[in-house]
Design a protein around this ligand. Structure first.
Ligand code: IMP
Length: 202
């Protein structure tokens, strides 16, 4: 049985994610998995959702606590959905953001503007324990277009080429607060926290 005020382990060491999730689930203590020396698990699945579940189960198993995990990436229509779940390692294992961005720009070289549609996807899950048969699941999607050059210095990953027609800028030109209010991750997090709170009241 999961109840308010219980600790939740977050299957991420990203301080930005911890801060955001802690702010939205103030009645719980969100603890990064690094505090428990949880070994990283391989993200071997072909969907964001399954990878998020793998990470959450790994964290819950090692910590014997409820867990939250997310998995996200960029889906490019002109590339049949690539880089998708491989977004973090598009240019190879150990590749950095700039390598991945350069590879994507090269893959899109010559693709006309109208066909440069893409979206960021985030799957975020909560499980009460490692064998929870009924995970809480939320997904967010953020539509944009891909530029042929980088613009902006905020954010990370593919942000400098992710053009937002409504904002008339890239996601790397948004402040962190504005990005969170619009992004795939912000959408998934708001949805997930509402679902967790609803589950506590059952
Ligand atoms: P993660 O699952 O949050 O670690 O994201 C996997 C990869 O997807 C990152 O390494 C980035 O390449 C890409 N990605 C996910 N979210 C974003 C974002 O908000 N902006 C830019 N790139 C992102």
């Amino acid at each position: 049985m999961f109840s308010a005020s219980q600790q939740i382990v977050l299957a991420s060491g990203n301080p930005g994610k911890i801060k955001e999730i802690q702010a939205m689930l103030a009645q719980h203590l969100i603890v990064p998995q690094s505090a428990f020396n949880v070994p990283e698990c391989d993200e071997t699945a072909c969907t964001f959702l399954e990878n998020a579940l793998l990470k959450a189960r790994n964290a819950a198993l090692h910590c014997r606590l409820p867990a939250i995990a997310d998995d996200s990436g960029l889906i490019v229509d002109a590339l049949n959905g690539a880089p998708g779940v491989l977004s973090a390692r598009y240019a190879g294992i150990g590749a950095g953001d700039q390598d991945n961005l350069d590879k994507l720009l090269e893959a899109l070289n010559g693709v006309p503007d109208a066909q440069r549609t893409a979206r960021f996807i985030c799957a975020m899950v909560f499980i009460g324990h490692a064998e929870d048969p009924c995970p809480v699941i939320a997904q967010g999607a953020w539509e944009g277009r891909l530029l042929g050059h980088a613009a902006g210095h905020h954010g990370f990953g593919y942000d400098p080429i992710f053009w937002l027609p409504d904002q008339q800028c890239t996601s790397a030109e948004l402040s962190a607060d504005v990005k969170n209010s619009l992004s795939h991750r912000g959408q998934a997090l708001r949805h997930l926290t509402a679902l967790i709170k609803a589950r506590e009241t059952i």
